[in-house]
Design a protein around this ligand. Structure first.
Ligand code: APR
Ligand code: PHB
Length: 391
């Protein structure tokens, strides 16, 4: 098989890339290790920056998002059992954000792919990348007991943290940066009406977050120990803990109910540099992980695809490689900015096991500064809303 861009991984990054390329008349094949149902069954992020919203709309995959997503002007923060305060993103930076689940975006992308004819091979195992520095790379994989080969111009590794793309870059070229946080988030989905706003809470017993997927689907999280297991958190314990941590002004509004999903995710930051090696480009979780606190993981995957698709379109349509050559630097500037923001918000809102009284008071002073300062709020809003894409 011959194509222009071989894409490894059919998550949001890989499917969005193939969709945007297809609309520009550029051929690609997506190789996804899992089945379509498996990918659609994963519960992931749920907050879209406005730049992400506009990119999805521009590529005609935004209709259901616009019909079913919930547009927010701002978000709430609370600490130490006080009333929450509202961070008005629209007022400070003129931008809004959208609550719409990654799972729904994934479904919209697969459905759009069916309509416009993107090629996705599901259950593709043993994917290997070859000859990435020769200018004539190829990818091999197994499906239905046969081995297949895809010859291509470029390989886009959109295969997440555990994929094969990043390890293809030689050790002496690849630099990685990692920070592991000493706690996890226990998250549940419940078919109950959510609170009207997202509420981020710093409580002596740990962080909590109230979020949403749709008018009858709530998403809640509590900070937990990395040693905890889901079995140790029956629904009653989860709700009890959540209600203790939420501020009094929102506690009474929470509607509890049975969970339909419950999982624990560790928190960490990870960045791999460069995001290009020869004809290989990394995008999304393959190159970077952020803790979910800043809601940036999905948005970074989308901005990588924005930069990479523009670069490939300029290459094929105009024989202009400027954006391909800049891809790694440009994407990494945005990545590090989101990594910094997610790290800052994680430090601000969580209780750390080794936190001293000094750390505690400094954290409270920072929360008080955020509550009372127009400038501090504007700075947070600029980052939460998402920086504009570079031209
Ligand atoms: N071969 C083929 N496919 C692979 C391989 C492989 N060796 N390894 C991983 N994959 C697939 C996974 O099954 C997955 O479907 O690559 C896909 C990667 O998708 P995601 O993990 O969703 O990553 P990405 O598309 O970059 O989206 C990032 O996902 O994890 C969240 O917070 C993150 O919201 C962000 C988004
Ligand atoms: C979510 O809804 O899953 C969510 C929202 C905001 C975050 C993280 C996760 O910061």
């Amino acid at each position: 098989m011959r194509t222009q861009v071989a894409i490894i991984g059919g998550g949001p990054a890989g499917t969005l890339l193939s969709h945007v390329l297809r609309r520009a008349g550029i051929a690609s094949v997506v190789l996804e290790r899992q089945s379509r149902d498996y990918v659609l069954g994963r519960i992931r992020a749920g907050v879209l920056e406005w730049g992400s919203v506009e990119f999805l709309r521009a590529n005609e995959v935004g209709d259901r998002m616009d019909a079913e997503g919930h547009v927010h002007d701002g978000t709430r923060i609370a600490w130490a059992g006080r009333d929450s305060f509202y961070i008005d993103i629209k007022k400070h930076v003129g931008s809004q954000f959208m609550a719409y689940g990654q799972t729904e975006i994934q479904k919209d992308l697969y459905d759009a792919g069916d309509r416009i004819g993107t090629e996705i091979v599901f259950d593709a195992s043993d994917v290997e990348i070859h000859d990435i520095t020769t200018g004539t790379p190829h990818v091999t994989y197994s499906a239905n007991g046969d081995t297949a080969r895809v010859d291509c111009d470029y390989v886009a590794a959109c295969d997440g943290y555990h994929g094969v793309g990043r390890p293809t870059i030689p050790h002496d070229v690849l630099r990685t940066y990692e920070k592991v946080y000493p706690f996890g988030w226990l998250g549940i989905l419940s078919e109950t009406p959510p609170l009207p706003d997202l509420v981020y809470c710093n409580h002596p017993r740990g962080f909590a977050l109230a979020s949403m997927r749709n008018p009858m689907l709530s998403r809640y999280y509590v900070q937990c120990s990395l040693d905890d297991t889901v079995d140790e958190w029956p629904d009653e314990r989860f709700w009890e803990e959540l209600l203790i941590r939420l501020p009094e002004d929102t506690r009474d509004e929470v509607v509890t109910g049975p969970s339909i999903e419950k999982s624990i995710a560790p928190l960490r930051s990870f960045v791999a540099e460069p995001m290009r090696y020869g004809s290989l480009f990394l995008a999304g979780d393959a190159a970077h992980i952020v803790p979910p606190t800043g809601a940036k993981g999905l948005n970074l995957a989308i901005s990588d695809v924005y930069y990479l698709s523009r670069a490939l379109i300029h290459h094929y349509e105009r024989a202009d490689d400027r954006y391909l050559d800049n891809y790694s630097d440009m994407a990494l500037r945005r990545v590090w900015s989101a990594v910094r923001f997610s790290w800052w918000l994680t430090l601000l809102l969580h209780r750390f096991p080794d936190q001293t009284e000094f750390d505690q008071r400094a954290q409270e002073a920072e929360l008080e500064y955020l509550r009372s300062s127009h400038f501090a709020q504007a700075s947070m809003c600029e980052q939460y809303a998402g920086l504009p894409f570079e031209t």
